[in-house]
Design a binder for this molecule. Sequence first.
Ligand code: KG4
Ligand code: ZN
Length: 342
Amino acid sequence: TGSLTILGIETSCDETAAAVVRGPVDRAILSNVVRSQFDEHKAFGGVVPEIAARAHIEVLDKIVAQALDEAGCSFDDIDAVAATAGPGLIGGVIVGFLTAKAIAMAAGKPLIAVNHLEGHALTARLTDDLEFPFLLLLVSGGHTQFLMVRGVGDYERLGTTIDDAIGEAFDKTAKLLGLPYPGGPAVERLARDGDVTRFALPRPLLDRPGLDMSFAGLKTALRTQAKKLEPIDDQTVADLCAGFQRAVADVLAARTRRAFDLFREQYPRITPTIVVAGGVAANGEIRAALLKASEEAGARFVAPPMALCTDNAAMIAWAGLERLRLGPVDDMGVSPRPRWPL
Ligand code: KG4
Ligand code: ZN
């Protein structure tokens, strides 16, 4: 294959994003525009689906125009349009996917329906020289899962959370402690001044085989401890944040070690690589714990730049490109879907 240029669109949560990506020869992100709806949702302490869908409608055309402009492209210069078709908040997914469909039809280009999770799964191949197979740990506000990525379209979910997503657990913990939304960055900041040894918090499910995880019990244990000490002072909040963050990091490190074992059982001759993605991958303590677990296991740890870990359209364009290079794609008949397991 020669070089392909793909326009990507992402609208499955609270980011309106468009990007232009080139590859597989001379891989490059020609533009990557992300507009966060943070201000629209802040007052509600979480993403409101109806508000999200309306906000996507209002700005998507401008974001797409900006992405093409920054890339120095017109519709004629692109080889295909790729858009998230799920999973996610369905109102937003419909806005993005139908916009992509309209552009593809008007410009006479193929349309590629991308699974949002596939976007996260393949992004590291845009930024790093990474061959299949590899492990992916996706940790965001909506997802917590280990995936075996064997090839384009060939994924196996090895484990997931049986209750809260990790980002959700951070957000709920923050709310409980009176900290602002999104909770992850606030908890991490306060944890720096906290004493991790003060509170004994559980590491749920670690005694069980497999790679499933649970975070609801951790949050409940934290609430119980906090209740006992009410009204809680600043130092106690910091200590609870530190204890919580350490527990999450421990659980992820333990599960990552087991993921390497599983990988080696299946691919004894290949050095395992684990790629992290999702907003929670911004967390310094979690990254450090994963890096340490990887080094100890003789495995490779890959963390794409943060802008590509959180929701963006370059990852959608890249996933589209990976599909297109394998052969013609025509997804005009695909319908957007709120649930779409890989
Ligand atoms: O991937 P993302 O931007 O959006 C989706 O959920 O799709 O992830 C957002 C989540 C939020 O729950 C936020 O609290 C969490 O990522 N997060 C963090 C940190 N930064 C963001 N969690 C822990 N530590 C952080 N530094
Ligand atoms: Zn995401």
